[in-house]
Ligand binder design. Structure first.
Ligand code: PLP
Ligand code: COI
Length: 361
């Protein structure tokens, strides 16, 4: 049976003027709305006590399992305001299903899709005024789940907390749609065979931080990971999937069991097929990309994800000069820009929704 939410409204909500100041330049992940959704789970009672409560710190016992063993998963999706004022989100059932898969891998309980979607609806309902209007800003929604049991033994926790927080968001990359440079990590991997690469769990991101520091130090926006095979097969970026565009319009994207199954990427590939592009979802080597750029066979590349939307990739930089290629100053390509426009037109309700991907909140 679907959970019923109770609501405790915040008594210290931001004023209209404070909110307007945030919405004028939200940045990414810096500001949070007045409320959050919370649902508890215990092995005895299952999911219970679904509620909307004022945004604020949790009280977490120092022995809570999440602080020691990283038993944590999360999701990311956005709420978009249309010109008529209504607020919609994109394929929330897909995020719910992926969170269930992540939960399975991290030995956490699975939250039913209807309760996941209802938690978004309840939070966006009470904090609707925080959904930006106009432009390509949105309200980023961050559902997450932590092992909250006070116990230092190493086993799946029997007490878990699910929550959703919301953050007004502008572009993830401050330069917007300008191409970014990407740092190739040969030294560090984020995931391996049988590991947690396909799950959206905090540990994968923790593993990406050191190479990401290296990327930033070298003027790059993200790090590119290869698989463990030694064949330099492409995996993904620290927080985005990668798609290459061939001169004949074919889209090529890596297939791997240790990368996140991106909802943006899956949707773009489907939209591209609808537009007549061929799509290849298969193993892709770094050499194929590099040689394809040199020969003119590969003419565009982009990163895609909820936060990044579609961001063109200009150049690959690397410790070893032989690994570096591309042009950091090249303008965004036409296929990248056309797909970006098609996706954002759909998300902001400016285009038809033939697949029924949009859900009103
Ligand atoms: N890969 C990683 C590692 C990510 O963090 C993300 C972002 O969520 C993606 C890919 C893209 O996934 P999605 O399009 O579902 O946001
Ligand atoms: C997202 O796109 O939702 C992510 O979780 C990736 C991260 C770079 C914010």
């Amino acid at each position: 049976m679907a959970l019923q939410f109770t609501t405790t409204a915040s008594t210290s909500a931001k004023s209209e003027a404070e909110r307007a100041a945030v919405l004028a330049a939200p940045g990414f992940g810096k500001h949070f709305t007045d409320h959050m959704a919370v649902i508890d789970w215990t092995v005895e009672d299952g999911w219970h006590d679904a509620r909307i409560q004022p945004y604020g710190p949790f009280s977490v016992d120092p022995a809570s399992a999440v602080l020691h063993y990283g038993q944590e998963i999360f999701e990311g999706l956005k709420a978009y305001r249309r010109e008529d004022g209504s607020v919609w989100t994109f394929r929330p059932d897909q995020n719910a299903a992926r969170m269930q898969r992540s939960a399975q891998r991290l030995a956490l309980p699975q939250l039913p899709t209807e309760d996941f979607v209802e938690s978004l609806r309840q939070l966006v309902g009470i904090d609707e005024a925080w959904v930006p209007t106009g432009g390509e800003d949105s309200l980023y929604l961050r559902p997450f789940m932590i092992a909250n049991e006070v116990f230092l033994g190493v086993r799946a926790a029997q007490t878990v907390l699910y929550s959703v927080i919301a953050s007004p968001a502008g572009p993830y990359f401050p330069a917007g749609v300008k191409p970014v440079s990407i740092w190739l990590s040969r030294e560090y991997a984020r995931a391996g065979k049988g590991g947690t690469g396909a799950a959206k769990c905090g540990g994968n991101y923790a593993a990406s931080l050191l190479p990401t520091q290296e990327a930033f130090a070298n003027g790059c926006a993200q790090v590119l990971f290869l698989d463990e095979s030694g064949d330099a097969n492409l995996e993904e970026l620290g927080g985005m999937n990668v798609v290459l565009v061939k001169a004949d319009g074919t889209l090529v994207t890596p297939k791997s069991e240790s990368i996140l199954d991106g909802i943006t990427r899956n949707s773009l590939l489907e939209m591209a097929r609808d537009l007549g592009h061929a799509v290849e979802h298969r193993t892709v080597t770094l050499a194929e990309w590099r040689d394809g750029v040199a020969s003119g066979e590969i003419v565009e590349a982009f990163a895609c994800g909820t936060a990044a939307v579609i961001t063109p990739i200009g150049a690959i930089k690397a410790k070893d000069a032989a690994d570096a290629f591309g042009d950091a100053d090249a303008p965004a390509g036409p296929v990248t820009l056309a797909l970006r426009a098609a996706l954002t037109d759909l998300q902001y309700g400016r285009a038809d929704d033939p697949h029924g991907w949009m859900t009103q909140l």
